[in-house]
Design a protein around this ligand. Structure first.
Ligand SMILES: O=C(O)CCC(=O)C(=O)O
Ligand SMILES: [Fe+2]
Length: 466
């Protein structure tokens, strides 16, 4: 049976051929067209572009309602795999009490589309401190989100997630990146229509609505048009989004940082409809420390269960320590770990921590070494940054305590009641070992949530009152 994996290594062969070819080119240096300096500049530029993306975009094909085949079959290759959208519905009413109109895009009716355009207002833009109307600079109409609603939402197609992955890292500091818990919040800002033969928006920068705004998202709804290319500029780089070819077959989008200049070239034919969104970076989700927290630990199913358990005299009558290994991976041995945990806990870990804390227990996230299996566990006294230890250790003669006393201070105990199994390891320590050859050994740790349960007679009334 033919197995692709054991077949010829096409990539490897091509790699070898290419390497051999480039070697012979290097030898015949007279054939080189770029000067050494220009080449270096090109590599620098390439590095910059790789490291600092400033815009991104994508396409979501529209499926027909009747059958689920993508309308843009020919252009299927451009689509995000598995992401298609039914036609987009727009509802609007500009006067209070008026019945709403409905438009399905790609336009099911030219007259309804024209009605929508008639109900829009001429689009202004900010010039200095003023909002100005200047069709030479911006020729478009717009509608405020108070007056319309749409079936489209960027979160449904993974757009927000993708923008987060590409544009958010550079916005965060290294510290915040180490847990990557910042998120984007997307706020619908406007519906715009640029119509042929003269709709356009000359070069401008979007006015930030608040300090936390980091960029804009433009979503082009399916409607036939020509021209109208969006160009986004950052330093000397340009990203171009030509949405005319797929204009009535797909939803197409672009996101870019707030400081990027951008422009829309003249729409020569048809109607170019866009939804614009402001992108904000959200503050860390600290369930337990944020005063405006939106999750109440009491609403979590675990709360009632643990509350009941703690009320039982038989449960840790003399007090004890509960240990729960984190179920998500965190860079808990990174340099910034102690700033980022527990605030960056996710999912089940966040639930465990916040419920225990709101029941009045003392709770902490600590590292547990995986070196010594068995009942005795080595628990770091704090979240240590991963370190290189210079003290020699011979595992045969010394215990790890000797090493740990200094750089990685720890408790050694078998008295923690563990209620889950360890999951994600992180490098915690590296140290030279004693032997007939120099060698380095490593120790890894797991992050765990530890809660101190007081003796039964001190437990009542410790839970948060609501
Ligand atoms: O429609 C577009 O492509 C972008 C619109 C725009 O730049 C804006 O509304 O500020
Ligand atoms: Fe803009």
């Amino acid at each position: 049976m033919g197995n692709k994996k054991t077949g010829p290594d096409v990539f490897g062969k091509a790699l070898e051929d290419t390497l051999a070819g480039s070697k012979s080119e290097r030898r015949s240096s007279s054939t080189r067209s770029l000067s050494q300096t220009a080449l270096l500049e090109a590599y620098n530029e390439l590095e910059k572009r790789i490291k600092r993306p400033f815009a991104c975009g994508g396409t979501i094909n529209i499926t027909d309602n009747q059958d689920s085949r993508p309308k843009a079959k020919k252009q299927k290759r451009n689509a995000i795999p598995g992401k298609t959208s039914p036609p987009v519905r727009l509802f609007w009413a500009t006067e209070t009490g008026a019945t709403a109109h409905k438009l399905v895009l790609p336009a099911d009716s030219t007259s309804v589309l024209q009605k929508l355009i008639k109900d829009c207002v001429p689009a202004t833009f900010g010039r200095g401190k003023k909002d100005v109307l200047d069709p030479e600079y911006r020729r478009a109409v717009k509608m405020d989100p108070n007056n319309f609603a749409t079936s489209f939402h960027p979160a449904n197609f993974g757009i927000v997630e993708n923008v987060e992955r590409i544009l958010l890292p550079r916005i965060n500091t290294e510290k915040q990146n180490s847990l990557g818990f910042r998120k984007l919040r997307v706020e619908l800002y406007s519906l715009n229509v640029y119509s042929g033969p003269s709709g356009l928006f000359r070069k401008h920068v979007d006015t930030p609505r608040s300090k936390s705004q980091i960029g804009s998202l433009v979503v082009c709804l399916p409607s036939k048009f020509k021209g109208g290319r969006l160009t986004v500029q950052h330093a000397r780089q340009h990203s171009k989004f030509d949405w005319s070819t797929l204009s009535d077959a797909a939803i197409q989008w672009a996101a870019f940082y707030s400081d990027c200049k951008h422009e829309i070239e003249t729409v020569t034919e048809g109607e170019r409809l866009t939804l614009t969104y402001n992108l904000y970076v959200t503050e860390p989700l600290g369930v337990f420390s944020a005063p405006n927290n939106i999750i109440q630990p009491k609403s979590l199913p675990l709360y009632g269960f643990l509350e009941g358990l703690i009320a039982e005299p038989a449960f840790m009558r003399l007090g004890g320590v509960l240990g729960v290994y984190c179920s998500h991976a965190y860079p808990h041995s990174s340099e910034h770990a102690s700033d980022m945990l527990p605030i960056g806990l996710k999912g089940a870990d966040l639930v465990v921590y916040s419920v225990l804390e709101s029941l009045g227990m003392k709770v902490k996230v600590l590292p547990v070494l995986n070196k010594n299996q068995g009942p005795v566990k080595t628990v770091g006294k704090k979240l240590w940054g991963c370190s290189m230890n210079h003290q020699e250790v011979d595992w045969g003669y010394y215990t790890i305590d000797k090493l740990l006393d200094g750089a990685w201070d720890a408790y050694r105990t078998k008295d923690i009641t563990w209620i889950s199994n360890p999951k994600h390891l992180e490098l915690a320590l590296a140290y030279p070992t004693y032997g007939n050859e120099p060698s380095l050994d490593t120790a890894y740790s797991y992050a765990a949530i530890l809660a101190i349960i007081p003796p039964f007679d001190q437990r009542s009334g410790s839970a948060e009152s609501s």
